[in-house]
Design a protein around this ligand. Structure first.
Ligand code: KPL
Length: 292
């Protein structure tokens, strides 16, 4: 399969690197990462270590069988614009947050699949990505149900050794992932700790509260997500990605804007005053973002 990964940051580079073991992959990212991959290939080190030679560029190619969108949720509209003239059979979002698929679908004429990803990754420098936690990709039609293209993409991922489930209930899966991100990302970013620090103690309680609030908002939106399931999914991801620095912690450490609006901010907005933990986490991260 000819695959373009739009957003070759930590996760995009890890997924693209794994897929390049089996498929023709083009990483679309920024310099100096792109130039280093062009010259020297991509080194993946950690849970699995290997070297691959995907193509790499800073702009979107003219065509691909599949575009995987891995940009930050604040950059989805720009990615949709960039992909509008690319001839595609399908597009798959593996981003955090809710609503990315709709933004992509508004600009693209191919089917847009929804996806979640719990693999842990950290861009360690140009041309090198740390594989910090084995997770899972879950993908399927964005409105739920089944489709041949989702099955085909799932089979292509599995053939490359990416743990993948093709799901008929992506709307629920996206909310489940939102609960995990609401629990883990801002908490670890503010406390400057790896995901594993939320396995017990005060971090565990805080994470569980944020997950429960998200489940409550999900149920209001008609999604069948119990408090217990939101908490147990969070505990599983914390265990499986214990050594990972969450994407928000990586953003804060690098002085970058975070995805707070698409995660805890989204939950707090929808809860209209009934999600105090998500609201507080949002305010603290926004306070940090507003620094000089
Ligand atoms: O999605 C993640 C993220 O960091 O954004 C998790 C699954 C929490 C892994 O760190």
């Amino acid at each position: 399969m000819d695959i373009a990964v739009v957003g070759a940051g930590s996760l995009g580079s890890l997924l693209g690197g794994m897929l390049a073991r089996e498929h023709d992959v083009t990483l679309v990212g920024r310099e100096p990462h792109v130039g280093t991959v062009q010259r020297e290939g991509l080194d993946v080190v950690g849970v699995e270590s290997f070297r691959v030679d995907p193509a790499a560029r800073t702009d979107v190619p003219d065509s691909a069988d599949l575009a995987i969108v891995a940009v930050k949720s604040g950059d989805t509209a720009a990615a949709a614009d960039a992909l509008a003239d690319c001839a595609l059979d399908a597009c798959l979002s593996v981003q955090n947050g809710i609503g990315n698929e709709e933004t992509l679908a508004a600009s693209l004429s191919c089917p847009v699949l929804a996806g979640t990803c719990t693999y842990g990754a950290r861009l360690d420098g140009p041309g090198r990505v740390d594989f910090t936690g084995r997770g899972e990709v879950v993908l399927g039609p964005r409105a739920g149900g089944e489709s041949a293209i989702a099955d085909e993409v799932g089979a292509a991922f599995r053939a490359a050794g990416v743990e993948t489930t093709v799901a008929a209930d992506m709307p629920t899966r996206l909310w489940e992932k939102l609960a995990v991100n609401a629990a883990v990302n801002a908490t670890t970013a503010l406390a400057r700790v790896e995901n594993g620090a939320l396995a017990d103690g005060p971090g565990r309680e805080l994470a569980a509260d944020a997950a429960r609030e998200t489940a409550r908002v999900a149920r209001k939106a008609g999604i069948d997500l119990s408090d217990d399931r939101a908490v147990s999914l969070t505990e599983r991801v914390v265990r499986d990605t214990a050594a990972n620095r969450s994407s928000m912690l990586q953003d804060v450490a690098a002085g970058r804007r975070t995805e707070i609006d698409a995660i805890n901010g989204y939950v707090a907005d929808r809860a209209a005053g009934r999600a105090p933990v998500n609201e507080t986490l949002t305010r603290l991260i926004r306070l940090w973002e507003a620094r000089d």
